[in-house]
Design a protein. Structure first.
Length: 178
């Protein structure tokens, strides 16, 4: 008996259908303006604190966190549990990897990858936090003051997100706390 192979049925589409964007609708200008202002204020505050404490290299992963909190506030990755917990768990992962693997680019990459797994196991998904694990290893960050500054920075980010989410202009933030 001959084998039958499955063939895919291809739906004919017009050029117009293929070129039509499936991207989300453009948000209202007021939403963009308030979210942009909120993220800018939060990041400027973090730079001020980071400069005073010589911890400015925290800004890249926190800017990515701000993009989620202010740009996609309903996503699970943007919720306070994930922002604060994911950042702290990732930093701790970096601090655990560094003594065992050193401070090479290989060790930093290992810390970033392991941080994603730790966050998944702890139900605190926050992809920007993987960069925090990388920074801990690559920058040879000291546990103190790094961890308290990171905790405070994530709380500032969430607090400004809550304020912006209460303006009535942007979507309400957070959807859940824990």
């Amino acid at each position: 008996m001959p084998e039958q192979t499955a063939t895919a049925v291809v739906e004919p589409t017009t050029l117009a259908q293929r070129l039509t964007s499936r991207a989300p609708a453009r948000p209202r200008l007021a939403v963009v303006a308030v979210a942009t202002a909120g993220s800018t204020v939060a990041l400027l505050a973090l730079v001020a604190v980071g400069t005073l404490l010589d911890q400015v290299w925290l800004i890249p992963p926190l800017a990515a966190s701000a993009a989620l909190v202010f740009g996609a506030p309903a996503l699970p990755l943007a919720q306070p549990r994930s922002v604060v917990g994911g950042q702290l768990l990732s930093a701790l992962t970096g601090f655990a990897v560094a003594p065992l693997a050193g401070h090479s680019a290989w060790a930093a990459a290992l810390a970033g990858g392991l941080a994603l797994g730790v966050m998944a196991l702890c139900r605190t998904p926050h992809s920007p936090a993987a960069a925090t694990a990388v920074i801990v290893v690559a920058a040879k960050a000291p546990l103190l003051p790094f961890l308290p500054v990171l905790a405070a920075a994530t709380l500032v980010l969430v607090a400004v997100g809550v304020l912006v989410g209460r303006t009535g202009v942007t979507p309400r933030y957070p959807v859940y706390w824990w």
